[in-house]
Design a binder for this molecule. Structure first.
Ligand SMILES: [Zn+2]
Length: 74
């Protein structure tokens, strides 16, 4: 009887370890997918109302604007 209980504990630990490994892999994949979107937030230009990545925008009074001379003038 003690042997059966010992085997059950071993199987339970193995399953738990496999589940933890799978969760870690899934989390790593999820972070890799969402990282680029989170790294580049979009901002709206206060001059021409066009949305652009914040890295390409320049901070101006009242928000962000396109880099000099790149505004979509109509
Ligand atoms: Zn603009």
């Amino acid at each position: 009887m003690a042997k059966i209980i010992a085997w059950l504990i071993v199987i339970f630990i193995v399953l738990l370890a496999l589940r933890m490994i799978n969760m870690r892999k899934a989390r790593g994949r999820g972070a890799g997918k969402s990282a680029p979107a989170a790294a580049e937030p979009m901002v709206r230009c206060v001059r021409c109302t066009v949305y652009l990545p914040r890295a390409e925008a320049i901070p101006v009074e009242g928000g962000y604007a396109c880099a000099e001379g790149q505004c979509a003038k109509r």
